[in-house]
Design a binder for this molecule. Structure first.
Ligand SMILES: C[S@@+](CC[C@H](N)C(=O)[O-])C[C@H]1O[C@@H](n2cnc3c(N)ncnc32)[C@H](O)[C@@H]1O
Length: 257
């Protein structure tokens, strides 16, 4: 267990961000995207320049954790990467006896996440675990965050994962699910994808980078419609399910038990 302390600076921005240039040169063959060391090294820059609304979304996690987290319960950050969601949650937690489990199955991510968490100290205990979230036991949870991770889980495993999260949560607990979405209406889908690409280009990515990254994510990041997410969450038993944040084709849903 590692202690954490609230810091005034934005918890998900580090002083030394290595620029993401992974797809800047033409590649002979595009391999499938993986959260390996090369991605981990540039991940903070990559996610900030690739996910519209990412920092605004994270800046609301302290508000959500202060509102929902209960004394003597657990929080989970499933697919924690470098711990940005964990550190944002921690900022809002002044309830006593709370611990956070931050989980990722990429050993390179986990190693760097542990280092990031160790830079902070507070009354919230954080454990960073290298584990497959599909196998992870979840219990006594008042807040679970899955920020842009379900989209990387094999589709057939998604319903059972959502059911397991529901089962491990306490009454009135909150599940925050953020995802890139697919849109059933073809015109809106094309427009939102164009706007997402325009966002990436505004953040300095070239057409080549956008196109090579897109190919590498093919069949690795598999988005679903917001309607499917909401219906799956309701089927699992969540009583209130609604979109609280959207920026182009990226949404975040609150599901309350
Ligand atoms: C887009 S990143 C998540 C970003 C992070 N939640 C944030 O807010 O900055 C997806 C993460 O999910 C992790 N992941 C994918 N499949 C996983 C699994 N089955 N179990 C645990 N982690 C997984 C990846 O290693 C990666 O770090």
């Amino acid at each position: 267990m590692v202690g954490i302390m609230n810091k005034t600076r934005n918890p998900h921005l580090s002083e030394q961000k290595k620029p993401d240039q992974l797809y800047s040169q033409p590649r002979e063959a595009i391999t499938s995207f993986a959260f390996d060391q090369s991605v981990v090294d540039v991940f903070e820059d990559m996610i900030g320049r690739s996910v519209p609304g990412y920092s605004t979304l994270l800046s609301m996690f302290p508000v959500i954790s202060r509102y929902f987290v209960k004394e003597n319960t657990r929080c989970y950050d499933l697919g924690c990467s470098l711990g940005a969601s964990t550190l944002a949650m921690v900022q809002g937690i002044d309830q006593t006896g709370v611990s956070i489990m931050a989980v990722d199955n990429s050993s390179a991510m986990v190693e760097k996440c542990r280092h990031a968490i160790e830079q902070h100290v507070s009354n919230v205990d954080v454990e960073v675990r290298e584990y497959d979230i599909c196998e992870l036991p979840i219990e006594n949870a008042s807040m679970v965050v899955m920020n842009f991770t379900l989209q990387f889980i094999e589709e057939s495993l998604r319903p059972a994962l959502i059911e397991k999260i529901f089962d491990g949560m306490n009454e009135a607990g909150v599940f925050v699910l953020s995802e890139k979405i697919a849109i059933a209406d073809n015109i809106e889908q094309d427009r939102q994808i164009s706007l997402h690409h325009a966002f990436k280009k505004a953040n300095g990515y070239s057409d080549l980078e956008v196109s090579q990254k897109r190919s590498s994510l093919e069949n690795v990041l598999v988005p679903e419609t917001v309607e499917l997410h909401i219906s799956r969450l309701k089927t699992a038993g969540f009583s209130e399910v609604f979109v609280w944040f959207q920026c182009f084709n990226f949404v975040s849903i609150l599901a309350i038990k």
